[in-house]
Design a protein around this ligand. Sequence first.
Ligand SMILES: [Zn+2]
Length: 332
Amino acid sequence: MNRRNAIKLATIASSLLLTPSTMGQTIIDKSKVKNKALIAPLVVHLGKIDFLLFSDGQMTFDKAQPTFAPMVSKIDFEAGAEKLHLQKNIIDLGINIMLIQKSDKTILIDAGMGKHFGDNQGKLLENLIHAGIDPRSITNILITHGHRDHIGGIISLDRTQNFPNAKYHIAKKEYDFWMSDIPDFSHSKLSAEQIKATVSFTKNILEKIDSKLEKFEPGEKLFGFIQTELAVGHTPGQTIFTITSEEKSVKNIVDVFHTPLMVAQPDWGVCLDVDFNQGIKTRIRLLEESFANKTLLMSSHLPWPGLGYIDKENDQYNWNAFKYYTPTNIQL
Ligand SMILES: [Zn+2]
């Protein structure tokens, strides 16, 4: 190798974060890797509408059971997870959030967890700012349901509103459930302590934005292009939003599936559901419909960015993640 080529190679190596002394071993200098970098959104062009998918971070259930599949044996659970190349005892959840831009509206579907439960979540705000979107420019926030990982981000740790100019929209049924004197958890498998904590957190946030809340009936179309649909079970008024433009659409199925395992095993059940058995029925209905209609889905918690289809093989459904080769944008 002549001197010029040697210098060139050393330059390339250093730009790839390789130290020349380790060339040949391809050891990465981890101190130079910006692994705390903010996460850029994925821009999706859907007909004449653009929507952006943001990450609010990630959640981990260190013990998969009994929160997921409480009545399934450990052996069966681990075999089911292994078949899908998932970890056996841990359930990881992404927190994927959709932002829609259309004419004079900038609409968020949910607001993420906020910083109330640690630093692994609540990244939406900084990711929005990083992408050049001022939180004050958000005009509307559609609340899919009242769980902390969907509404916590409305309020900051100092109790101020993160989106001061936004109007909020929630299904009347969902609002009435959380704001009733004693929300009915008689069909859930949550402990009394868990119920108390979740009700108090949600009531607190909904009270803070009460004057800015508009209630809709599931089945209504919002802003002329977002179809609402009830997906009862996870909560009584959990709402699915289907966004359509130029005969193309994507269905935001929120928390019907928390993990690909629940796509494959919909009847194993999730204790996070307010109505455990109804959650299973809705999961199965959505699987059947989405498979039959080849619907493009977007999910709050399936692996980033949460876009995919439902497939079926040997009577078992599976999550088929949307394939794209342009890391920053997708043309549907
Ligand atoms: Zn959720």
